[in-house]
Design a binder for this molecule. Structure first.
Ligand code: ATP
Ligand code: MN
Ligand code: MN
Length: 304
């Protein structure tokens, strides 16, 4: 039986992997990376990626004609997808819609067959969609911020969270910034996780206005880092660990141990060319235990 709230498969034979079409199509023309290479990458990292996305409402970025042509963000079920599950969720408009949920390898690979390059889960599960179990602080540096400053920001945020008795985990986005991820167990409603994330970002920006800001206005960033707390509202997503990015060089969003941060050179330091081999020789999951930590935001639930 599929998870509560998601659709039960109609037949067993769709559990097999789909057939890959157009394997030679270049999805990253400049890098000469084919659809076959994207498929091979996701097969290679599936054991790591699936625990990060399985059972969660999932948005994808599809690039049917490659990353140099228009790509689109998709959150709903569309025709032809037979190996994915869905969950009915209320839209902001009030209407219900079938959101994508991947439960297993066939579902993942079917989305790859449909030219999905990036995977962006909700911070909640389809079985309990209104309960957030992760807070993501997305550090978005302005154009004049050195990467060393972004690294220092992540270290400082970790320390502040630590003082609140909240353990946090590190990810390079594969783009320009870092993500600091706080697991919640038990989780809480979106209203509380957003209020916490917003309050945290605001307090940081107020105490160090030369380094941080907590408003999304891009023109105001310049030498500062936007603490993007907006990844945390209902319906918001953040890129999954091990997802590739639909950007030049096919970088990967990689979870890291805090001890790896000092040596890190850039947020797009990892790519599909090196991640599978790296995972093979890796001895320990840098996010080991993330789902077993008991910490929550209940101390903030009383605030007005
Ligand atoms: P970077 O390090 O370059 O900032 P990032 O993944 O953190 O990489 P952001 O632009 O900071 O990128 O985050 C945007 C997030 O918003 C994405 O990770 C994704 O989950 C979500 N997102 C992206 N495009 C859309 C869209 N069209 N609609 C809704 N959400 C989106
Ligand atoms: Mn970001
Ligand atoms: Mn952002």
């Amino acid at each position: 039986k599929a998870k509560a709230g998601s659709k039960v498969r109609q037949s067993d034979d769709v559990a097999a992997l789909p057939t890959l079409s157009s394997p030679g199509k270049l999805l990253f023309p400049t890098d000469r990376i084919s659809k076959q290479a994207v498929w091979d990458y996701y097969l290679a990292v599936a054991d790591w990626l699936l625990p990060e996305i399985a059972g969660r409402p999932l948005s994808i970025i599809r690039c049917p004609a490659g990353i140099e042509q228009p790509c689109f963000f998709q959150k709903h079920l569309t025709s032809g997808l037979e190996r994915v599950a869905t969950v009915k969720l209320k839209e902001e408009s009030g209407a219900n819609a079938d959101y994508l949920v991947v439960e297993d390898l066939p579902g993942l690979m079917e989305l790859v067959q449909f030219n999905a390059l990036e995977f962006h889960p909700w911070g909640s599960h389809a079985s309990d969609p209104e309960r957030a179990d992760r807070v993501v602080f997305d550090l978005d540096p302005g154009p004049d911020v050195a990467f060393s400053e972004v690294k220092q920001a992540a270290v400082d945020i970790r320390k502040l969270l630590d003082q609140l008795q909240l353990e946090s985990f590190l990810r390079v986005s594969g783009g320009k910034g870092l993500h600091v991820v706080v697991p919640l167990n038990p989780g809480c409603d979106w209203e509380l996780s957003k209020r916490f994330a917003h309050g945290f970002a605001d307090a940081l920006a107020r105490s160090q206005p030369d380094r941080f800001l907590a408003t999304a206005t891009k023109s105001k960033r310049n030498k500062r880092i936007f603490i993007d707390y907006l990844r945390n509202g209902r319906g918001a997503t953040a890129v999954a660990s091990y997802s590739m990015r639909a950007r030049a060089g096919a970088p990967v969003a990689m979870p890291l141990a805090w001890s790896q941060l000092a040596r890190l050179k850039r947020a797009d330091a990892f790519s599909i060319a090196d991640v599978p081999a790296m995972l093979k020789r890796r001895r320990k999951d840098p996010w080991q235990g993330i789902n077993d930590i008991n910490q929550d935001l209940s101390r903030w639930s009383q605030d007005e």
